[in-house]
Write a new protein. Structure first.
Lengths: 234, 234
DNA sequence: TGTACATCAGTGAACGCGCGTTCACTGATGTAC
DNA sequence: TGTACATCAGTGAACGCGCGTTCACTGATGTAC
């Protein structure tokens, strides 16, 4: 079943990879809103109309960048968890660190995924949802494993869910075949947004200038607090 | 000391207010990166060069929008806390709800403040920092009052701070004249970013389509969890 | 192996559009005597 | 109150620039016989 790729196909793949690389560079230097096919073509040393041999439109290129970024982030998280120890808290912290490290290394692509939506662009759900849910699926997996192993202490406070939220969470339990109780899944969603809030504040500079000399220390503390919110047993 | 404003001054103020209003509209419809002085001029029914009588450059207009947005958000929070009951947890939840409500009502302006930084634009610290810190100052005020009133239970877990973070927090204690212990201030910073993470996920659509039928219920739950992180006594 | 044809990457011109900013100007409004 | 002058909002042309997308084309590479 090994496809033999002709020289022409190989050249096409190389050019396509170059287009993506140059688009990522543009994203970093000028932002998603200013991503321009003409500029990509110029960087590639090609006439502007030629990029249409590779990409149908500017929006399609944006979608490719979104999917690629979600995939790279997902890969980074998967790699971090690959040889992870079994303790749930440790696994959660490894996941969180991987997200933060990727975001700091790739601020523009992180911003494309988790910042202000690009005006006038709507990611086609069919192509982006699967890649976009990899991190939260991993997070839920960690929670699920801990729950099934009996490593989660039910929190004494706030375990009850309002009816609408209970229904939403029930739908997630079915869709992802989860065994964890609703209150835990709901807390997982809250921890998910809190994790990305911490990363976004740091990457987008929201803490303000000169507030934190080493943001990683606050991040570590916050992640431990979030892990405690999930009731992970040491 | 009442300044008498001449008709000309009044007209100038009205025009300036119109420019801001139209700029806000453009922000909402096309995003910060696409904010254009020419388009503002056209909407105002004026020749493009005329806006330079009111605003020195596109960047200055962006700065005005940033400062105005921070101010409006700060006002919304202040209003919510004005007649607030004294219990710290309740005050925290009121603050959080005010942030969320403002963000949902003004997603474009929220994105300008808390989303991807506008490429090529750097807000001048002198003009934006004071307005930009109003919410966190309020949050710290709530924490401070609770601490001073003895309404905070020291958390049994994770109270120790790493050295760098301890120094950062000490600087904040001095600058804002805080009495609360370092671990509490650090947790306050974590709660701050978590709050905005929850709001950003909702406003930017990060929970994904069809995940939550009523995001406010998850928000309420998450805020109660965050309040518990601060050790507020019921 | 050689030839005829098909595929396809890249060209170059054009479409209609928008941008920030400068500059000399007009003409109405405001001010000082 | 009337006049001369200063202030200032708004004009219109221009600068040099960039954008996405279409279209007929050239010429090299690949394929079928």
């Amino acid at each position: 079943m090994q496809e033999i790729r002709s020289p022409r196909e190989l050249a096409r793949e190389r050019t396509m990879a170059e287009i993506m690389r140059l688009a990522r560079e543009q994203l970093a230097s000028h932002g998603a809103a200013a991503l321009s096919l003409r500029a990509v073509a110029k960087d590639l040393g090609i006439v502007s109309s030629a990029v249409y041999r590779y990409v149908a439109s500017r929006d399609e290129l944006l979608t490719l960048l979104v999917v690629e970024a979600y995939s790279d982030l997902g890969d980074a998280v998967d790699t971090a968890l690959k040889r992870a120890p079994l303790a749930a808290e440790k696994r959660f912290v490894l996941l969180a660190r991987a997200v933060r490290a990727w975001a700091i290394a790739e601020p523009a692509r992180y911003g494309l995924l988790f910042g202000t939506p690009v005006p006038g662009y709507h990611a086609p759900a069919g192509q982006t949802v699967e890649a976009g849910t990899r991190v939260v699926v991993r997070l839920m997996g960690i929670i699920e494993d801990a729950w099934n192993a009996g490593d989660i202490t039910a929190s004494p406070t706030v375990p009850s869910l309002s009816p609408g939220l209970a229904a939403d969470v029930e739908a997630l339990r079915t869709e992802y075949d989860l065994n964890s109780p609703g209150w835990l899944i709901a807390r997982g969603l809250g921890v998910w947004s809190a994790l990305f809030g911490a990363v976004s504040f740091e990457v987008f500079g929201q803490y303000g200038p000169n507030t934190l000399s080493d943001a990683s220390e606050l991040f570590e503390l916050s992640m431990r607090v979030l892990a405690a919110n999930l009731g992970f047993r040491g």
